[in-house]
Design a protein around this ligand. Sequence first.
Ligand SMILES: CC(C)(COP(=O)(O)OP(=O)(O)OC[C@H]1O[C@@H](n2cnc3c(N)ncnc32)[C@H](O)[C@@H]1OP(=O)(O)O)[C@@H](O)C(=O)NCCC(=O)NCCS
Length: 217
Amino acid sequence: MSTRLIALPAAEVNAWLDPAIHTYVTAMRYPRGTEHTRVDLWRNHLTRSGWTAVAALTTVSATELFRPGLSRLRLDTEWAHDREILVGVAYGYTGAADQWWNRQLRRGLAGRGYPTPQVDAITSDYFELTELHVHPYAQGRGLGEALLTTLVAGRPEARILLSTPEVHGERNRAWSLYRRMGFVDVLRHYTFVGDPRPFAFLGRNLPLGGPGPASPE
Ligand SMILES: CC(C)(COP(=O)(O)OP(=O)(O)OC[C@H]1O[C@@H](n2cnc3c(N)ncnc32)[C@H](O)[C@@H]1OP(=O)(O)O)[C@@H](O)C(=O)NCCC(=O)NCCS
């Protein structure tokens, strides 16, 4: 199986959005149909300042190409080869105070008693890792790490922040990846407005290879 990473062009969103969202829904095990509720949001995100996205494309056999689950991952574009499918996607943008996710983090930190200057410091000058997903077909081969590393290489922001569902004992691939890459707790067990599941906010300083994780202190 040969795989390459590519930068996803915003101008070609029509070519990659469906397979990218299919990968996301499958990786997150969301119910089928969730795709339709995310299309507008992903399109809106790519207009944000500092938006950047990468994808992992894998070449599969002719037989695999037509497997029902995998055929949805084909790209409708000239820059993908005949037997390439999109098996991973990651994107993010520069965080800003007028974004819903930023306001949620501020609300959560304030609710835990953080003074305003500290809330301001934590929620400024960061890159938000909005989505990172590898299709189960391609998980466990280091693609998640490769996507994340490529996505944030050369970013101008001081830090990277993300949110991920809380999982008992931090026992899933997302937690294992983030911990391995030096992410530390920013805020734990936060419930976003409109979603009953608890989430964790994690963060670290950029660049990824550089010293010292970010901490809320
Ligand atoms: C989280 C996610 C993106 C990680 O992607 P991934 O490609 O599976 O993960 P990694 O890059 O960490 O690699 C996974 C494993 O491959 C191993 N690995 C790393 N480099 C490797 C390489 N070159 N060759 C073989 N294996 C390698 C890692 O050690 C890791 O092992 P582990 O899972 O036993 O810890 C993916 O599992 C996923 O989409 N999960 C569901 C959705 C999700 O939770 N997304 C994040 C929401 S915030």
